[in-house]
Design a protein around this ligand. Structure first.
Ligand code: HEC
Ligand code: HEC
Length: 355
């Protein structure tokens, strides 16, 4: 009896310490910094909402600094494009949520691409890359835009020869890979390593998942609606999406865009027409316009379209507002990037070509 009482009291004490005192200390004085960034946090409360179908983004620790730094330079390197002007960051701007906020991206010769650019933030949580999932991972993906005539319009050989002409790059590749060889495999490997670091932990929602009361009543109700109405069936996990392919227009055929066939491009299977990778809803407040065809700039409208086409329901205005309020809690700490300084070209470097 005595022992039970004792453990009950210590449980209670632990509870108070975990939920009351610890966060207070972290927030107030920054005394206990467990690595959850400026918004405070404590590992002790990690399991409180651990059964939820959405998981907080793990805090990652960079293990290969030199490779990540090289990848960062390449991500910002406009000379990987034929025009010498377009970098990955042109269309996946890390100042604006890792996307370009355009209906479709502007590429080589001011050409407009056929599809909205998804964010690179948290892309590592996608089961495959691109709307139709045609690249199996970040490394395979990164080779695509460099050689895409409507995007960076270089060839892999051209991009590699530009890097080979610059002694600083040769040195960095040697430092990372052990010898001076530069090829597209290493280029994309380094870019992917940098992209792996582009996660956005510590959103208010993640802090709530970790046990802190950081979301409001209506945001919490929005999350409950998100689960009860069935959004969660497709948008779940670390990325709140990104882990399955689903038809756009399950209940009602989607008729606004009949050009983009989606997953059919990969499988050539009729039933994969209009099937897309479920997008991540992390940082969704930053990445308008929405949908692969950018058919709306308005998040409320996007939510209503989903309700109508995917679930066959009509949400009340109050329900939509609450779901949107919940979605806005998914904006996390944006990667803090020190803008890389790139080495100059020299007489051996291929000149930019805008044709
Ligand atoms: C001209 C604009 C443009 C440039 C430059 C560009 N991208 Fe993209 N990116 C896009 C578009 C558009 C898509 C979607 C294409 C699709 O799904 O068919 C995309 C898709 C992606 C994806 C997949 C994300 C997801 O959720 O599926 C990643 C990752 C990515 N790009 C990284 C890069 C990297 C790395 C570079 C530089 C080597 C780069 N991009 C250059 C426009 C661009
Ligand atoms: C059956 C699976 C499924 C369900 C259920 C579902 N979605 Fe989606 N969601 C998708 C797919 C697939 C897309 C991509 C559609 C496209 O652009 O081709 C998407 C796109 C979105 C987008 C736009 C993302 C972007 O980056 O453009 C938002 C916002 C969204 N869903 C929210 C919701 C909400 C809120 C609900 C519940 C009312 C919901 N979804 C229910 C599969 C689903």
């Amino acid at each position: 009896m005595k022992i039970m009482k004792f453990s009950a009291i210590s449980c209670l004490l632990a509870f108070v310490v975990i939920n009351g005192v610890m966060p207070a200390l972290t927030i107030a004085g920054g005394l206990i910094d467990m690595g959850y960034g400026s918004r405070g946090g404590s590992m002790l409360s990690a399991s409180i909402r651990s059964k939820e179908p959405i998981q907080p983004i793990p805090i990652s620790f960079d293990d290969d600094r030199a490779k990540i730094e090289l990848g960062k330079k390449l991500f910002f390197e406009p000379r990987l494009s034929k025009s010498g002007w377009i970098s990955c960051n042109s269309c996946h701007n890390l100042s604006t949520g890792g996307a370009d906020n355009l209906p479709s991206s502007i590429g080589h010769k001011w050409l407009f691409g056929p599809i909205n650019s998804p964010t690179v933030l948290n892309a590592k949580f996608n089961l495959a890359q691109f709307w139709d999932g045609r690249a199996k991972d970040l490394k395979e993906q990164a080779g695509g835009p460099i050689a895409n005539p409507m995007e960076m319009a270089a060839t892999h050989e051209l991009a590699v020869s530009v890097l080979q002409s610059i002694p600083e790059y040769v040195g960095w590749f040697k430092e990372v890979y052990g010898d001076e060889k530069i090829d597209i495999d290493r280029v994309t490997d380094a870019i992917a390593a940098f992209e792996e670091t582009l996660t956005t932990p510590n959103s208010r929602f993640d802090l709530w998942l970790r046990g802190y009361d950081r979301i409001s009543q209506s945001e919490e109700e929005g999350y409950a609606l998100f689960k009860d109405k069935g959004c969660i069936d497709c948008h779940n996990g670390f990325g709140v999406g990104g882990n399955s392919f689903q038809k756009f227009g399950i209940v009602k055929p989607y008729d606004k865009d009949t050009q983009t066939l989606g997953r059919y491009n990969v499988t050539k299977n009729e039933k994969d027409t209009y099937v897309f990778k479920v997008p991540l809803l992390r940082n969704i407040a930053l990445t308008a316009p929405y949908f692969h065809d950018a058919s709306t700039w308005n998040l409320s409208e996007a939510v209503n379209v989903m309700a109508e086409y995917q679930l066959g329901i009509t949400l009340t205005e109050d329900e939509t507002n609450k779901i949107v309020a919940f979605l806005q809690t998914l904006t996390g700490d944006q990667p803090s990037i020190i803008f890389p300084i790139l080495p100059p070209s020299n007489e051996n470097t291929q000149k930019p070509n805008r044709n």
